[in-house]
Design a protein around this ligand. Structure first.
Ligand SMILES: N[C@@H](CCC(=O)N[C@@H](CS)C(=O)NCC(=O)O)C(=O)O
Length: 206
């Protein structure tokens, strides 16, 4: 099977690209425009009507939402060891954290990067972004406390959560008022280990 990944460098599609690499799956990357001003590629819209990346397509199916694709790939390729099986004792924490990343941490980033989706008038956008910075600090603190002294997000086992979290840290802009990763020592420790993985390094430095 060959997957098609609708993709943009540095975006939420990075986790999917890296998971495909870690799995050893065959895929083609289709780089699509995602800026606020550019029209969307119709082939991309056919798989995600929102015009967001990632969208993953294969012969006979497709899926969007980074967290959903993460669960799909982990379950579809259990031999890659990227996520716990449904019967595993760490599965609840895996699902909870993945949904928290997608639903809460990513939403706080969206409020910063797309303030016009959260506040009607342009003169209120700066205030919306300031509020997003506070929210980012709060929600990242929860992640850092959850990790504590653990080696990986899930505890003692590396998983797709570590790759997902590393991707989220690449969106932090301390110069814009986001928390600095060094305020989040447990997050920083794991993100640094993930960044050193050859497939992650390759995807981000290409
Ligand atoms: N909930 C979606 C959000 C994906 C998302 O926001 N992707 C961004 C890039 S990081 C995007 O495509 N932005 C273009 C837009 O929002 O129009 C997911 O997790 O897959």
């Amino acid at each position: 099977m060959i997957y098609t990944l609708f993709y943009s460098p540095g975006s939420a599609a990075m986790v999917v690209r890296i998971l495909l690499d870690e799995i050893g799956a065959k895929y083609e990357l289709i780089e699509v425009p995602i800026s606020k001003t550019e029209p969307r590629d119709p082939a991309h819209l056919a798989h995600n009507p929102n015009g967001w990346v990632p969208a993953l397509a294969w012969d006979g199916g497709s899926l969007y939402e980074a967290a959903a694709i993460t669960v799909y790939l982990c379950d579809r390729y259990p031999e890659a060891g990227l996520g716990p099986a449904p019967s595993d004792s760490t599965r609840p924490l895996f699902l909870q954290t993945l949904v928290y990343f997608s639903n809460t941490v990513q939403t706080a980033f969206q409020q910063y990067y797309y303030p016009e989706r959260f506040a009607e008038h342009s003169e209120t956008h700066a205030g919306t972004q300031k509020q997003a910075c506070r929210r980012l600090r709060d929600v990242w603190q929860v992640v850092d406390a959850q990790i504590g002294d653990n080696s990986w997000v899930l505890g003692s086992t590396f998983s797709a959560l570590d790759i997902y979290m590393h991707m989220l840290t690449t969106w932090l802009k301390p110069q814009a008022g986001h928390p600095d990763i060094y305020e989040l020592p447990n997050v920083a420790r794991i993100a640094a280990k993930v960044a050193n993985r050859p497939r992650v390094d390759h995807a981000y430095t290409e």
